[in-house]
Design a protein. Structure first.
Length: 250
């Protein structure tokens, strides 16, 4: 499948073929059970850049109290990355909880503000059935590799963020949000979650957006503009990512 426009995220046929080759090499690798110790052999530049991007944001909240939230965590790759970064950057901060919110059912209720496409449609980015349970087990296992493994430092919240985020904050009125990352692609849930957490952010909080200034997914940028106002913040683009951006609350 070839790219249809300059903003399309469709890979070229050459890229598809190359990634299939890499996947096959991983599947038949003679490393066997040692593959997990040598994942860098099969990690693409884009995947490494993604990890480095989260490291860039994480480094900016080391001295900021609070939890990390991700809205739209899907398979949980970002949650796993941040779990590792917590173990590296602040291994004894057992109060740095990482909370993921998702329906695990994919995109729903695409509004007129959003832009339906081959990527943005009902059911896109769903996971396998009961995946939330599997993700909890993965994160719990990763925590065992870090200090204070007896303390559970993650939480997966399932359901529509328009209901689950206010309910979470009501259960946890002590919440300070050190970082919130929005990757729901759509306008309405992004705006609802952003509005809900704003009373809990502090100076230094990072608000990250996986889609920023991007015509394929215009909803998140509009949500940011309506809740905070683009004139009232500085949107930072990392050299490590072309589309995601983040705001540091000042």
């Amino acid at each position: 499948m070839t790219a249809k426009s300059p903003t399309s995220i469709s890979p070229s046929q050459a890229e598809i073929t190359n990634r299939e080759t890499l996947q096959n090499l991983f599947n038949v690798s003679s490393l066997g059970e040692e593959r997990i110790d040598h994942l860098a052999l099969f990690m693409t530049r884009q995947q490494l850049m993604r990890i480095m991007f989260f490291q860039e944001m994480y480094a900016k909240i080391i001295n900021v109290h609070g939890v990390i939230m991700e809205f739209g965590c899907r398979w949980g790759t970002n949650l796993a990355t941040m779990t590792a970064l917590r173990g590296i950057c602040e291994p004894y901060n057992h109060n740095r909880r990482i909370v993921g919110f998702d329906t695990f059912e994919g995109l729903t209720e695409i509004s007129k503000t959003d832009k339906a496409s081959e990527f943005i449609h009902a059911g896109a980015y769903s996971t396998s059935k009961e995946y939330a349970k599997e993700l909890r087990q993965i994160l719990r296992t990763l925590e065992q590799e870090c200090p204070a493994p007896h303390i559970t430092k993650h939480e997966i919240v399932t359901g529509d963020v328009r209901q689950t985020v206010p309910a979470y904050l009501q259960r946890n009125p002590q919440t300070v949000v050190a970082m919130a990352y929005f990757d729901m692609d759509l306008y309405e849930p992004t705006k609802a979650a952003l509005k809900a957490i704003m009373p809990y952010v502090t100076k230094g909080t990072i608000l990250g957006f996986d889609e920023m200034n991007w015509e394929v997914c215009p909803g998140p940028t509009r949500a940011l503009n309506e809740v905070i106002g683009l004139r009232n913040c500085r949107v930072i683009r990392s050299p490590l990512q072309p589309i995601p951006g983040y705001v540091i609350v000042e």
